[in-house]
Design a protein. Structure first.
Length: 58
């Protein structure tokens, strides 16, 4: 591998690293500030159907 090709490879790496860092941060920011993608059903208020508490005095 000649010195010229090695130098070109180093320069390309120096160019690519900041691009990858910016892409990584931008994708995280996009996910944080985008609308939610949850598919939970909208249930609303549900009545309590459990057993009442025991009548113990504390």
């Amino acid at each position: 591998m000649s010195i010229k090709s090695r130098l070109q490879k180093v320069i390309r790496t120096i160019e690519l690293i900041p691009q990858q860092v910016i892409r990584y941060i931008a994708s995280a920011a996009t996910r944080i500030f985008s609308p939610t993608d949850d598919n939970y059903p909208e249930t609303g208020v549900q009545p309590f159907e459990g057993d009442p508490a025991d009548k113990k005095s504390f």
